[in-house]
Design a protein around this ligand. Sequence first.
Ligand SMILES: *[C@@H]1O[C@H](CO)[C@@H](O)[C@H](O)[C@H]1NC(C)=O
Ligand SMILES: *[C@@H]1O[C@H](CO)[C@@H](O)[C@H](O)[C@H]1NC(C)=O
Ligand SMILES: *[C@@H]1O[C@H](CO)[C@@H](O)[C@H](O)[C@H]1NC(C)=O
Ligand SMILES: *[C@@H]1O[C@H](CO)[C@@H](O)[C@H](O)[C@H]1NC(C)=O
Ligand SMILES: *[C@@H]1O[C@H](CO)[C@@H](O)[C@H](O)[C@H]1NC(C)=O
Length: 793
Amino acid sequence: MATGGAPRRKAIAVLLSAAAALVFIWAAVSLLPAPQYVLWSSFSSGSGSRGNGPANNGGIDPAQIFLHIPSTDHLRHNLQYYASGTHVAGINTSQALYTKEYFEKQGIDSKIVEYYPWMNYPIDQKVVLFNETTYEIFYKAGLKEDVIPGDDASEDPNNLPAFHGLSANGNVTGKLVYANYGALDDFEALADAGISVKDKIVLVRYGGFLRGLKVKAAAMYGARGVLIYSDPADDGYVKGKVYPDGPWRPESSFQRGSVALIQEYPGDPLTPGYPATKNAPHINPKDAKNINRIPSLPLSYRDAQPLLQALQGYGKNASDINPSWVGGLKSKGVEYWTGPSALDVNLLNKVEYKMTPIQNVIARIKGWEDPERAVIIGNHRDAWCAGASDPSSGSAILLELARAFGELKKLGWRPRRSIILASWDAEEYGLIGSTEWVEENIDWLRANAVGYVNVDAAVGGSTFAAHASPVFKDLLYKVTKQVPYPDSNKTLYDVWLRESLASSSAAPLLAKEHSKDSAVANSVHSPLPQDMQSSGYSSKTPVIPPLGAGSDFTAFMAHAGVSSLHLGFDGDEGAYHSNYDSFARMTAFIDPEMKLHRVVAQVWGLLAIRLADDAVVDFNVVSYARELKHYINELKKHISLQLKKSEKYTTPSSADSMEAIAVKNLRHLRAAQRQLLVNAHLLEHDKRRLRSIYGEDCQMSSRHRRAICLKLRESINDRVSQLERHFIDPEGIPGREWYKHVLVSPGRWMGYGFQLFPAIAEAAEDHDWKKLRQHEKHTAGLIHEAAWFLRDV
Ligand SMILES: *[C@@H]1O[C@H](CO)[C@@H](O)[C@H](O)[C@H]1NC(C)=O
Ligand SMILES: *[C@@H]1O[C@H](CO)[C@@H](O)[C@H](O)[C@H]1NC(C)=O
Ligand SMILES: *[C@@H]1O[C@H](CO)[C@@H](O)[C@H](O)[C@H]1NC(C)=O
Ligand SMILES: *[C@@H]1O[C@H](CO)[C@@H](O)[C@H](O)[C@H]1NC(C)=O
Ligand SMILES: *[C@@H]1O[C@H](CO)[C@@H](O)[C@H](O)[C@H]1NC(C)=O
């Protein structure tokens, strides 16, 4: 596998021992006193009354009362508001103001935080099929989605044409080649068949992995431009009735989206690693590693059909390369051929790049006991179109949570720790609003964040799914057991468990990439675990896979080391990023009575209340240590696979074989995992000690004993909520140093999808066994540090 990062990695290998030393320094630094009130300097800051007891807590059980507050009427009203107009990042400030004012009406301090990222907007887009000698035009793509009578969103004059966020400007012409999903494997298969994509326009279909990587792979093979279409087999008529008769994608519909390379780094392309404030210095756009250099456009299957037909009879019959290359237009008599075509294709993508102000809305309910410590809940607000599901379902719920918390406040309740509500902007372009905010507040977050809970497309279908850091597992199970599932006598947990067990035996959830791009669960180029069942995931609890990089949790988890959780109802993706992701479609096919919206509100709000208000933060570090064992088993499988692949090309010397055996055993990681587990149990023991000797509330008359109790409790809370920070390697993952979490980061060739132990796994993919051992030792060192941190009282 090509990496492009070899020389740099060598340098990093040399630096590893220095890095290990740095880790010690960094760990020491991270224990220094926290920066205070960085975020809230603009608010009145009456000091907290640490340990003064819950006198000002209203004396109520907030969770029980909260569960009854979210109302489907309010949710419907909120959704109708957000989905009533196109709100692409940077062009709808009225929704930011509305959100801020709504929070304030509930009595919650709120402010707009602006950043100035570099983003693009469409000016002129064309796809033309023509004869290069006569210039006779055979076909000009429409690049517009049809108006659907009765669905106002489809006739919004502000709707964008076919366009990719952060795409390259370009006017390119060449013969056409079809390359299936545009995975590296697909381009390799074409090369093996003697078909070059050099100087060609490549036609690929959506699915499997992040769209920006399709463009990157095509560029690596020399293509001039890329057209990405939605094949009906993936989310169109092959799946079922199309909109407006059903939820699936109709013939004129295309999937907008960003082609940013977020596996390099998310956020503003020109301020990597630091906030895009008004006067921030910018790197040269030429040096921005997270954007593609060749133009691309999305297409509907109606627009793709004449292009596929122009390939017919040229190159290889695609089914001879692999039958899986044949898509759903087959039923319309289209044969899939590779080309190159005889006719030429002109692809024009004229876009305007500019620094554009974006608005995060940040609100805070101040904690009474420990106001600096905070749980953050967030969801993005910007959408490619009306975005009823993505993300307005989440935005509607965020407002309803604000109202519910406002109601609790009226009853006198306040959480122990602060709750921050965030409505992010410009997620769609590349997680920009959340990334810039995390970059700006990173020191404060590292010192004070308890956890982050993300919701994006809260209701996209009817299958509940969550991805998370393993510390969240037990808490999420407990909370979902408290939430009733609509029209049944079951809890959300019951339904989730049933679906999770059913789907994990058929297609393991872990192998289903976490992504809004997973219209095709079929993992085209996947180093993902093949079967978590066989490696101990056959639990009696619902599967909660790790986080990749699909939404605003990314900077929290992978950059800052704040334990994160992402949840929502997934499903039919037939309107993803199209004009038809509308209020009309939502209420016709997805959640007519807004009951699933209410379920998400209940889960999300309960999580926030528990994390902010429990005397002892209910994170389970033993779960983390146990899960790590599964991660290591998965890594071992991945390495074995790579070893087999490498043996195909080289006969190993006996020294290499010894190396291989050593590599496979992952001795250092396993020892570190065992240590983490032992110390996690000791921490659980501390929790029990707190409960049995003092009680979690530390309510006792002796001031001395009370002080001891509070100290022990604070230590426990710090240890469970900061464990994740210790998996952050300040050096970063080789080749994409913005990503710093050594246990899980987005995959190099998946984008949204996660990769366990990225540095180690990628050394294996590069067949660099020596580097693999170095990374193994280094990672094990960090895990030992984490274990040591859990014990520190
Ligand atoms: C911004 O959003 C609001 C509410 O959804 C909508 O009424 C308005 O038309 C939108 N503005 C633009 C410029 O799209
Ligand atoms: C794009 O390129 C074509 C052919 O090279 C040329 O005819 C056309 O004018 C160009 N269009 C724009 C908008 O630059
Ligand atoms: C191309 O492959 C398809 C599917 O296997 C087959 O139906 C078709 O006849 C083939 N076309 C030709 C010209 O070989
Ligand atoms: C383009 O037009 C020329 C001149 O009429 C013709 O000879 C050639 O076959 C055409 N090419 C294609 C691919 O149709
Ligand atoms: C729920 O339980 C009640 C009482 O046992 C029963 O009457 C009702 O039909 C049940 N509802 C559903 C949807 O199963």
